[in-house]
Ligand binder design. Structure first.
Ligand code: B1M
Length: 212
């Protein structure tokens, strides 16, 4: 069992999707519990790469390739995990704020969150304040995640926060923000709990927010 799991982790870290699929299937046939394949095989692989990324020893293309490999494995396991609710750490409503069309970073955050067990409702780009509020209600969101790449559009973040407050939702959701011009100081100044500098930290931060 250990050899299956270690091989899966290394294949995710290397971004070898064919190997991931092959060994996940072999592990399932060999009787390894699907949840172990997920938590002791796939997840440690993407976490190892996330750590390298944070240390500057891995780069975005590698994250993308490994995320794809991870997702191949997750998709193979999904039928076995469906309905157990084990693979849901929380629901994140995610979008790039109004006026902003940049979505490369936001999509990476989505991939990393999904790969690490979060349910993500992706609203896309140029998302209005009303859409964030409506989606928070519709999806019973635990976290609202906002991305902004333009200094001009950062100003929509406090607007969404205020609108959630007005709708009486602020005590039900945590808010996480990110994007190149966003800093922890800015997050503090607008009174949101969460900030992440990159897609790997976004997973740690979302996990932390779920414990608050
Ligand atoms: Co634009 N653009 N752009 N652009 N663009 C920038 C952002 C800019 C810095 C370029 C520059 O001038 N040097 C500049 C912004 C200046 C500013 O306001 N500070 C800029 C500008 C001015 C513009 C236009 C206004 C240009 C024009 O039309 N005159 C225009 C605006 C359009 C609009 O949005 N309304 C525009 C358009 C575009 C393109 C459409 C051409 C394209 C976007 C394509 C797309 O996203 N589909 C584009 C691109 C590609 C860039 C650059 C080159 C790259 C951005 C990117 O994808 N980075 C960028 C310059 C640069 O950054 N070097 C630039 C890679 C990405 C992985 O990083 O998005 O930071 P990033 O995401 C990271 C983290 O920030 C974090 O995790 C991600 C992964 O680690 N993160 C989060 C992101 N969101 C998060 C959310 C979280 C947590 C973490 O929680 C919810």
């Amino acid at each position: 069992m250990e050899s299956y799991l270690g091989t899966i982790s290394r294949a995710v870290e290397k971004g070898d999707d064919k190997q991931v699929l092959k060994i996940v299937r072999a592990a399932l046939t060999g009787g390894v519990p699907p949840i172990d394949i997920l938590e002791k095989g796939l997840v440690p692989g993407i976490q190892a790469l996330g750590k390298l990324f944070k240390e500057g020893q891995a780069y975005l293309p590698e994250i993308l390739i490994s995320t794809r490999a991870m997702n191949r494995g997750v998709e193979e396991l999904r039928p076995y995990l469906a309905g157990t609710n084990i693979y849901n750490k929380g629901t994140v409503v995610l979008g790039t704020v109004e006026g902003d069309l940049h979505d490369i970073g936001k999509n990476l955050v989505k991939l990393m969150l999904k790969s690490n067990g979060f349910n993500v409702a992706d609203l896309g780009t140029d998302v209005s304040t009303e859409s964030f509020v409506r989606a928070a209600q519709e999806h019973s969101a635990d976290i609202i995640g906002m991305s902004a790449l333009l200094t001009m559009t950062m100003g929509y973040m406090p607007k969404v926060t205020e609108a959630l407050e007005q709708e009486g939702l602020r005590n039900k959701v945590k808010i996480m923000i990110g994007g190149a011009p966003i800093t922890r100081e800015f997050a503090d100044s607008i009174g949101v709990e969460g900030f992440a500098e990159d897609c790997a930290s976004a997973v740690d931060e979302a996990t932390r927010l779920m414990t608050l």
